[in-house]
Design a protein around this ligand. Structure first.
Ligand code: ADP
Ligand code: MG
Ligand code: ZN
Length: 483
């Protein structure tokens, strides 16, 4: 970004809804499968068929709208968006236009410690298109796979409120986390179930008049989004500085070359000849239903993170890690409940979850976030630690065993002999042995080389195979050395 230009971004997100069946028919929404096996006359666009709206789609839209602070419209209308493309068998997409189901709302972000809100324009429901497959047939010709045709989507449109690339990425990450928390979307950018078009323009710094935008398509990772906007900023600023004008158009990001290319000139709404879908009645969402959905909303990531900081004195960083996904947040909450202690215990649970347990999960590979560890078992580990039964190396070993095999921490500690030794006479025996074995070091310590205490503690721990309670060992050695 040069000094003279202010970046302006508005994002349109398409999120596939996690319903079992498609939006207007009973076909499954499962990703993949042999081409054209999840299809029926309705989603193939045969003449004479009638769509029937999937109620779950509406509920997911309401849930999402409520979570994002939108006004839910009691009446909304499906419309036909007409365009011709091989992957669109009907020649139009059923979407919402003038009367979408949700309007307004926003996504709150914290960017470099500063609170920001990106407003939403609207959220509407629509059907996905199929997919063109090139060179798939034996003779090298192309085909169309309509398994995805009719899969329900939410289109979430932001206002042009975003002012930096970091903010665009943060917005997308927050929105994705919210949708995943709500259980309406799987957040998979790679498979295209969460995808985004970025509208990018520049205006002179200090101006309030937005410049001409380009719409960037096909960014299936946060990194690509970043690269595409960076490229576009360079391209547009060069045009503007050369005295030229940016042409409003749709551009495709090419990840291989790291650049955007013109795809087509921007179509206007009138090109689509929108009109109300005559085969579907207006969507009615009774106020009572909206309230029912509102009551079923889970606690969302930001609210949760704020609660962890406020009630459990966790750092913003830890609170952020623990609310990155719903599973982790719920595992943490359940562990804290099972432990029943105060903020101290919660902090210990947080440390183990974001430290040792995360490391074990990482080593084990994706999809095994907690292995066989349960919240009750984690709470048990913390209880044993607080009782002095478990110390550093023991904690690690117990967790590893619980992660791989599951079980009761107390039983694992007993059967594998992992308990920390706090017994005074056992510790005293080990200390005496070390004091006898290292007379030189003992003498130097007494002569003032105080850092040798660490060495002696280390020798005692070694003699006790790492199981000595460090606090007891320290106190015992100091007493014996008259320190
Ligand atoms: P379309 O349906 O043609 O894509 P919309 O009016 O729905 O057009 O706008 C799409 C997106 O473009 C919105 O997210 C909006 O915030 C964004 N947008 C509009 N004007 C600008 C601009 N000048 N610069 C950047 N983004 C913009
Ligand atoms: Mg658009
Ligand atoms: Zn179908």
């Amino acid at each position: 970004m040069t000094r003279e230009w202010q970046l302006v971004v508005g994002l349109e997100v398409h999120a596939q809804l996690l319903t079992r069946s498609k939006i207007f028919c009973g076909c499954p929404t499962t990703f993949g499968g042999e081409p054209n096996t999840h299809v029926c006359p309705v989603c193939l666009g045969m003449p004479g068929v009638l769509p029937a709206l999937n109620r779950q789609v509406v509920e997911f839209a309401v849930r999402t709208g409520l979570a994002l602070g939108c006004a839910i419209q009691e009446k909304s209308v499906f419309a036909r968006k007409n365009y011709f493309y091989p992957d669109l068998p009907k020649g139009y997409q059923v979407s919402q236009y003038e009367l979408p189901i949700c309007v307004g709302g926003g996504v709150d972000l914290t960017l470099d410690g500063v609170e920001r809100r990106v407003r939403l324009t609207r959220i509407h429901m629509e059907e996905d298109a199929g997919k063109n497959l090139h060179g798939v047939a034996a003779d090298g010709s192309s085909g169309v796979d309509l398994n995805r045709a009719g899969v329900p989507l939410l289109e979430i449109v932001s206002e042009p409120d975003i002012r930096s690339i970091d903010e665009a990425v943060e917005y997308l990450k927050s929105l994705r986390a919210i949708l995943m928390f709500l259980g309406v979307n799987d957040g998979n950018l790679e498979e295209g179930s969460f995808r985004c078009d970025a509208n990018v323009s520049l205006m002179p710094v200090g101006s309030t008049v937005l410049g001409t935008r380009c719409e960037l398509k096909n960014m299936n990772s946060f990194r690509f989004l970043r690269q595409a906007i960076e490229f576009e900023v360079r391209r547009q600023s060069e045009i503007l500085e050369g005295g030229g004008r940016v042409v409003q158009e749709t551009r495709l990001f090419d990840p291989q070359r790291g650049e955007t290319r013109s795809m087509r000139s921007k179509e206007e709404a009138h090109d689509y000849r929108y009109f109300p879908e005559p085969d579907l009645p207006p969507v009615r969402v009774p106020a009572a239903w909206i309230e029912e959905v509102r009551r079923s909303l889970p606690e969302l990531p930001r609210a949760r993170a704020a609660r962890y900081q406020r009630d459990l004195s966790l750092s913003a960083y830890d609170a952020g890690l623990l609310t990155a996904d719903r599973e982790t947040a719920e595992f943490f909450d359940a562990s804290v409940r099972a432990r029943g202690g105060g903020a101290e215990s919660a902090k210990r649970i947080a440390n183990l979850l974001t430290g040792e347990v995360a490391r074990l999960a990482n080593d084990a590979g994706a999809g095994t976030s907690r292995g066989k560890l349960t919240p009750e078992a984690l709470a048990g580990v913390v209880r044993l630690t607080e009782a002095g039964t478990l110390g550093g190396p023991g904690i690690r070993q117990v967790l590893e065993e619980l992660f791989r095999q599951g079980g009761d921490p107390a039983v694992v500690v007993a059967s594998r002999g992992l308990a920390q030794v706090s017994d005074e006479s056992a510790v005293e025996g080990a200390c005496d042995a070390v004091l006898t074995a290292f007379p030189g070091e003992v003498e130097r310590f007494r002569a003032g080389e105080s850092k040798l205490l660490g060495f002696l503690v280390g020798q005692v721990m070694k003699g006790m195979k790492g199981k000595g309670n460090p606090a007891v060992v320290n106190a015992m050695l100091k007493r014996k050395l008259g320190a």
